[in-house]
Structure formats: structure tokens, C-alpha cells
Design a protein around this ligand. Structure first.
Ligand code: F6P
Length: 345
């Protein structure tokens, strides 16, 4: 079998498990006669000719490491003058046969467009938000949920000691997967998510109900993109856009805490978990999922499954069209939210 040269890049926000994917691609790739060129800093590395050879030695000892040894960025070549052409020229210049793009909806939408322009490309789904279509789970999500759950556990004891209402703001730009999973696992009293717009009155009612029942504290988990009507209609709290055109969210937790305190007189505090959820070592679950995706991506390249993405469906890794996976965000399963709400208030 002739050697195929494959460019691999990691794009968008990092997620625990990226290095496990890279290691798996290299290790499986060696069995499949794939020579791996690591592109630095996402699509930017193809525009800037910034890359390095990934071999067995380079990926040794990285399985458990957070972040990505390749670096990442949100640079969108489609928004750069002659960007797509420059990407294609770079691939030709280095005799690259195929590309593996590891990323979320932004990176994989670009991969889909590059595929439409004729690039042989395969995708791997990554996002702590778990909002990619056609796959049951993305790697990074389990780690984020574990970190958020531990934080909620810790907040319980201090909330109870001080008889406070604790608001925990977690990531999840347009979806409430992390909030609902961590909220259920951590025993939250209220979970606020983008998919279920609500009012501050409804939140206060639950906190009051708990007080009447004799509970000395409350825990509210709030996705950064939660839609809560604080008196001006339910809307997200955002500040500008990133290079992929995504809203930069944050601040809803603070507003909810302030409103709860004002209306109930219960001292309220907010904890914004932020990048803690994304950094550091992946859980065993994410290492295994990421490894399965990496092996599948190398297999998909050697089988010529262009324009496809590795996906988890049930307990199987399957190939799905990038076009389908990037059609729309996978929002929180309403049945899961209903399950979590059994334990609210
Ligand atoms: O990875 C997705 C995500 O974690 C979102 O939940 C969040 O809004 C976003 O990344 C923020 O990341 P950055 O500041 O790196 O753009």
C-alpha cells in the first residue's frame, strides 16, 4: 500500500482528549501507511505554512494531557482573502493527500466547505458543549461535566454553612448539555438552559419553596447561554463575537444571583467555572472516546471516506456526512431536562 500523507489540525476551543485523538491517529496511521503532518494552530497553520511531523515519538506520553500539542485557533480561512485557495495550494505544495480536521461546529463547517471545494477531508467531533449533530457524545464533554459536578459538590457545603443561594455558571454557548448533566449529577435545585427560556419569577419561586420546606440553601446551575427573563424579556447575556461568528457569552450567572438576592433577601453568590471546565487532564471516558475517534479517522482516510465525520451512535463509531453533522446544533434532549427537573426545588 502506497504511503499517504495526511495533514491533521485541531481547531476552535480546546477540549480534553485532543491529544488522545492525535496519538490514536498516529498509531493507527502507522498501521495504515499514513504519514502524519501536524498543522499548527488550526487552519492558520495551513495559511502560514506552520506544521510539524507527528510520529510515534512525538505523540508518546500525551494521552493524559489536556489541550492540544498542535495548538489551536479560531481563524476561519473562508473569511480570509483567497483563504480557501491558499489552503489548497499549501496542501498541494506539501503533497498532502488528505486532511483530518478535529473540531466543533465551526471547524467542521469549514471542513465541509473545503470538501465541497474538492479537498479530501475527514472530521472528528470535538466540543465540551456536546452540541454537534449526528453523534451521541463528543469527547471533552464528560470531563467538563465531571469538573462542574465536583464544583457543585463543593459549593453545597459552603452554601449550607452560610445559608446562601449559590449560582454556578457553566459553559454551553447555545445548549444546556453541561448544565443539565452536571445539575443532575450534582443535585442542583434549579438548572437554567438556553433550550428552556424561563423567568426570574419562576427561579425565585423554587428558591422560596425550598426555604419554606426548611432547606437552608439553594444551588442554581446556569448555562452561559441560558435565557432568563429578568424583566426585559428572556435573552442571552453576550459581549461581541469571535472569529467563527459565535457570540461571546457570560454574565447571566451574576445577574441571576443579584436578582435572587434582591427578591428573596437570601444572600447569593456566583461562581463562574469558565475555562477550568476545558483545561487539564481528560477523564478515562474521554480518553477512550477520543482514542476510538482517532482510530476511526485514520481508518476512514485509508478507506477514502471523504466528507465524512466519525460519530458515536449507540456504542458504535460510525461515519456520517459532515454536511449532516453541521446542519444544526444538537440541542439538549427535552427528555433529559424533564428527568433533571424531577429533582428541582
Ligand atoms: O468550546 C466551546 C466553548 O467552551 C463555549 O461553551 C464557550 O462559549 C466558548 O467555548 C468560549 O471559548 P473561547 O473563549 O475560547 O472562544
Amino acid at each position: 500500500m502506497a504511503i499517504q500523507k495526511v495533514a491533521v489540525l485541531t481547531g476552535g476551543g480546546d477540549a480534553p482528549g485532543l491529544n488522545a485523538v492525535l496519538r490514536a491517529i498516529v498509531r493507527r496511521g502507522a498501521e495504515r501507511n499514513l504519514e502524519i503532518m501536524g498543522i499548527r494552530d488550526g487552519w492558520e497553520g495551513l495559511l502560514e505554512d506552520n506544521h510539524e511531523r507527528l510520529n510515534r515519538r512525538r505523540v508518546a506520553g500525551i494521552l493524559h494531557l489536556g489541550g492540544t500539542i498542535l495548538g489551536t485557533s479560531r481563524l476561519n480561512p473562508m473569511a480570509v482573502e483567497n483563504g480557501p485557495q491558499r489552503v489548497i495550494q499549501a496542501l498541494e505544495r506539501h503533497n498532502v493527500n488528505a486532511v483530518i480536521a478535529i473540531g466543533g461546529e465551526g471547524t467542521l463547517s469549514i471542513a465541509r466547505e473545503m470538501h465541497e471545494l474538492g479537498v479530501k477531508i475527514v472530521g472528528v467531533p470535538k466540543t465540551i458543549d456536546n452540541d454537534l449533530g449526528c453523534t451521541d457524545f463528543t469527547f471533552g464533554f464528560d470531563t467538563a461535566v465531571s469538573i462542574a459536578t465536583e464544583a457543585i459538590d463543593r459549593l453545597h457545603s459552603t452554601a449550607e454553612s452560610h445559608q446562601r443561594c449559590m449560582v454556578v455558571e457553566v459553559m454551553g454557548r447555545h445548549v444546556g448539555w453541561i448544565a443539565a448533566y452536571a445539575g443532575l449529577a450534582g443535585g442542583a435545585d434549579v438548572v437554567l438552559v438556553p433550550e428552556r427560556p424561563t423567568t426570574i419569577d419562576a427561579v425565585v419561586e423554587r428558591v422560596e419553596r425550598r426555604r419554606q420546606r426548611g432547606s437552608r440553601f439553594s444551588i442554581i446551575v446556569c448555562a452561559e447561554g441560558a435565557m432568563v427573563d429578568l424583566g426585559e424579556g428572556a435573552k442571552v447575556v453576550a459581549d461581541g463575537y469571535d472569529d467563527f461568528g459565535h457570540m461571546k457569552l457570560g454574565g447571566i450567572g451574576e445577574r441571576v444571583a443579584r436578582a435572587v438576592e434582591q427578591r428573596t433577601g437570601i444572600e447569593s453568590r456566583v461562581t463562574v467555572l469558565g475555562y477550568i471546565q476545558r483545561g487539564g487532564t481528560p477523564t478515562a471516558h474521554d480518553r477512550i472516546l477520543a482514542t476510538r475517534y482517532g482510530v476511526a479517522a485514520a481508518d476512514m482516510v485509508s478507506e477514502g471516506k471523504w466528507g465524512m465525520m466519525a460519530a458515536l451512535q449507540g456504542n458504535d463509531i460510525v461515519a456520517v456526512p459532515l454536511a449532516e453533522a453541521t446542519r444544526g446544533l444538537k440541542t439538549l434532549d427535552p427528555r433529559f431536562y424533564d428527568l433533571a427537573s424531577v429533582f428541582f426545588g
